[in-house]
Ligand binder design. Structure first.
Ligand code: PEP
Ligand code: CO
Length: 390
């Protein structure tokens, strides 16, 4: 989409496209009310800040900076959201400083914060304590409590999500934020016009991204994010072929602008083999993307007792493979995307606090995927530090 077509873009564009992972809201009046309320709510970000993040990511795309993005898989509501955000802000700052010192470029941080409230789920139901219940889809949609009635999507939750995001933004005082732009009823209602340029930007966050399950180049999520001025991300998983990635780049970065598009690769144990054809396809098509590594999402395992976890060795292994391979291909491995907690959780296996799977039960509080604790995140940062520089 060019600047000219972006001004004629309609935020409702996704409604007549295949759009996966949207809730079946049972009450259309509640939904309409929530959308109206969000549409008249104050923006959470300004066009100036969105532009600043895009400019900062342009520095990353051209190899003059590095970015660390991180936070919860699914953010909580209430005081836990605000407290958690400050703790995550702190650890992100520590990681950035450590990497910056090692590789000698500025490192910016972007939180998975103030909006990470909706989750794509592979299955419509899950078994909790022997009961089959509809899956938890993030606090903007339903409750994590494993009770069937509380798992029914409730559009009023989008208002609580917005209010929480607003409170988190206030608490952070200027930190840059991101989330998966999954729930398009929420995102559409938070599109605003930049009065200076007349074009649209997404005021729910600075840096929205498209998830692995919703990156269909002809789908609703891509059509939606194609029309906004924000820098955007897109996850790239092990099933992505070079043509898919080239098609995504064509839709999301038609003007080939550094900083506009970040490809967040989550490729798993085959990263070393899968990356070269993808990197070459993007280079041949002339898109100056940020190459970012998410070493978490293709390394999820279920223990023999049914606990979702990740092994630090797998995470470190993919981070190392990504940085080495992208470097060898002559591109800049520009960023790291982590699910991490500010607290000393025991959700991933590795490091001194979680030597084996039996230690996972001590402090497992994630609402969705397992997060790294501080020690584990620092070990990943050290691995990256050893391999990211030129
Ligand atoms: C996530 O980032 O929490 C997520 C669901 O990732 P992906 O889309 O890569 O699976
Ligand atoms: Co996750």
């Amino acid at each position: 989409m060019t600047a000219a077509t972006r001004t004629s873009w309609d935020p409702a564009v996704w409604r007549d496209k295949p759009t996966a992972h949207q809730p079946d809201w049972p009450d259309s009046c509640e939904l309409a009310r929530a959308r109206l309320q969000l549409a008249s709510a104050p923006p959470l970000t300004t066009p100036e800040d969105v532009r600043a993040v895009r400019d900062a990511l342009a520095e990353v795309a051209t190899g003059r900076a590095y970015v660390v993005q991180g936070g919860d898989c699914a953010e909580p509501f209430g005081v836990a959201a605000r407290r958690g955000a400050l703790a995550k802000d702190r650890i992100l700052g520590v990681l950035a400083e450590r990497i910056s010192r090692a590789i000698d470029v500025p490192v910016l941080t972007i939180g998975r914060l103030a909006g990470q409230f909706a989750k794509p789920r592979s299955e419509p139901t899950e078994v909790v304590d022997g009961q089959v219940v509809p899956t938890f889809r993030g606090l903007a949609v339903n409750s994590p409590h494993p009770v069937a009635a509380l798992r029914i999507p409730d559009a009023r939750r989008m208002i609580t999500a917005y209010r929480t995001a607003r409170a988190v933004m206030r608490e952070l005082r200027g930190m840059w934020v991101s989330h998966e732009a999954l729930l398009l009823d929420y995102e559409e209602a938070l599109v605003r016009t930049d009065p200076r340029t007349g074009s649209s930007y997404l005021a729910s966050t600075h840096f929205p991204w498209i998830g692995e399950r919703t990156r269909d180049p002809d789908g609703g999520h891509v059509a939606f994010l194609a029309g906004i001025d924000n820098p955007v991300g897109c996850k790239v998983g092990p099933n992505a072929v070079p043509d898919d990635v080239a098609a995504l780049c064509a839709k999301l970065d038609p003007e080939r602008e550094p900083g506009r598009l970040t490809l967040i690769c989550r490729l798993g144990p085959r990263a070393r083999t899968l990356l070269p054809p993808l990197v070459r396809a993007v280079r041949e098509a002339g898109h100056p993307v940020v190459w970012m590594c998410d070493p978490m999402h293709a390394n999820t395992r279920i223990t023999s007792t049914g606990v979702k976890t990740r092994y630090l060795d797998d995470v470190v292994g993919e981070a190392a493979a990504f940085h080495e391979t992208v470097n060898e291909l002559g591109e800049w491995p520009g960023g790291l995307h982590l699910e991490l907690a500010g607290e000393d959780v025991t959700e991933c296996v590795g490091g001194s606090r979680v030597p084996d799977e039996t230690a996972l039960a001590r402090r497992y509080t994630s609402l969705c995927d397992p997060r790294l604790n501080n020690e584990q995140a620092l070990l990943v940062a050290d691995e990256v530090s050893a391999r990211a520089g030129r």
